[in-house]
Design a binder for this molecule. Sequence first.
Ligand code: SF4
Length: 393
Amino acid sequence: MSLPLPRPLFRAVLSRSYGTVQGTPPAAASLASRIPPALQEATAATAPRTNWTRDEIKQIYESPLNQLTYAAAAVHRRFHDPSAIQMCTLMNIKTGGCSEDCSYCAQSSRHNTGLKATKMSPVDEVLEKARMAKKNGSTRFCMGAAWRDMRGRKTSLKNVKQMVSGIRDMGMEVCVTLGMIDQNQAKELKEAGLTAYNHNLDTSREFYPSIITTRSYDERLQTLSHVRDAGINVCSGGILGLGESDSDRVGLLYTVSNLPSHPESFPVNALVPIPGTPLGNRKMIPFDKILRTVATARIVMPATIVRLAAGRISMSEEQQIQCFMAGANAVFTGEKMLTTDCNGWDEDREMFEKWGFYPMKSFEREQTPDAPPAQPKVENVETAAAAQVAASA
Ligand code: SF4
């Protein structure tokens, strides 16, 4: 076990290393003095915490990007196997015709996107798709239905439960996203064997009404609470590039990292603009904002799975790798991701092999995010920094 360096020595080592690498002493303040206190504290953490202040998260999010991603990598190694990436496949089991007005969504009946609404897919067809996903290496199968909520959908719920238990019988993790659910529906899904329920908060509480008006932020939080109370893992994240500010991205992270327990999974989506939706003309969010969000999520929710979701297909291979190195450890892979294109299994397998990653096994991270980490990888960030200094000396 390596011992942490006392902070003054850590600062001295970092200052010396800068001098060594550049040949001249840094003109401005030392590197350590440019690392905000909140980032220094957060990177030394050995357990998740749910009492973040918004200012702490802002400090972390606004840190120099190279320091932020380096700190995130150190935290990632302490809480996860940094080479393991969860491979999930997401199938739309009921497309379009949704009554909600989410400004980014092709499936809202309020937007003219040309998407045809369908009935719910038959159970057998869904199980066949899950089998194919498993054969191709996915360990989690997620199913999405374009509904506001599950009120009055008894037959649909019965079918979804059959899908859930059928997929669990294949040894896969299973997740659904069906809109808002109540306590009883959550309980029924838990009894059917559901691993996780996805319900994204999308953005900050302040910016949310600019994107959706048909249901409130609090209604979303209530569904998350029903899911949590039923003992199902919460999967809840956001969409970047909706026109939100840095402060909104911080606000989203503030809300999720202060939930009673951290989500088991935090999807980071980049808006895929769909013609015909109110956000159809938006430009892709700059990559540095995605990377900042991934790294900050890793630091403030150290045991959570950080998932690269929609928009990954627009990233270069190198950008994806930067995200994995800064703490992302799950992807959606397969033929389609709901209504948008998705990176395929073969392409992902090749990329993983090339860069030294491998697929996470099923149920490898079944413990709740509040449980102590199974395999500490690095004692603390100062030790990691010292190791880096030694390597570059
Ligand atoms: S609730 Fe879901 S399916 Fe319906 S419009 Fe919003 S994002 Fe789309």
